[in-house]
Design a protein around this ligand. Structure first.
Ligand code: MG
Length: 186
């Protein structure tokens, strides 16, 4: 028996809601993107960063990573995972790298700037990433969420870097739209 396919709009909405219910706002991610990209673009605005994040959140690879990661965090919070995975995820075991791997996979669609920026954020944990990473014991599990936020911020930063070059090279509105459209596939 074939199961009915889930519509993309349902997945997009679910991914956005997952971030929201875990206390991560688009604005909090935009602050990180702004900090990362301002040195390369002095006319950058918070609105540019928010728009870039919204585009990134339309990508299936990113949506799926968010849904998987947030689900595992929530199951760990409810102590619903099997041992030893329950203890590993709940304690954010330092050698458990699957959280980073899932997030890293979602960044790949935005090329090498996304990858290097993700590495930087993983090490330096800016803004809400640090908050999620250092939340006190007993206040929830965010083992996957901090890496997912880093992936979204890194992708949005990379996207802005490429878009800036398009603008500097005076691409027409249509050419930029075509590139945007191409970016949204997958
Ligand atoms: Mg983590």
């Amino acid at each position: 028996m074939t199961k009915e396919r889930v519509h993309s709009k349902t997945v997009t909405e679910a991914a956005k809601q997952a971030l929201n219910k875990r206390g991560v706002s688009i604005e909090s991610i935009a602050k990180i993107v702004y900090q990362m990209q301002l040195p390369y673009n002095d006319s950058l605005t918070m609105e540019d960063c928010i728009y870039s994040i919204e585009r990134v959140l339309m990508k299936r690879e990113m949506q799926h990573a968010i849904l998987v990661g947030v689900e595992l965090d929530m199951l760990a919070e409810k102590k619903m995972l099997s041992e030893p995975l329950q203890s590993i995820v709940e304690s954010d075991e330092p050698l458990f790298g699957v959280d980073e791997t899932i997030a890293f996979g979602a960044v790949l669609g935005y090329g090498s700037i996304g990858v290097t920026t993700f590495g930087h954020l993983d090490k330096n944990k800016l803004g809400i990433i640090r908050y999620l990473d250092t939340k006190k014991e007993g206040s929830g599990v965010n083992t996957f969420l901090d890496d997912l936020v880093a992936a979204i911020a890194a992708s949005a930063a990379s996207r802005l870097a490429h878009r800036l070059r398009d603008q500097e090279e005076s691409l027409t509105e249509k050419e930029i739209k075509d590139l945007d459209h191409e970016e949204m596939i997958g």
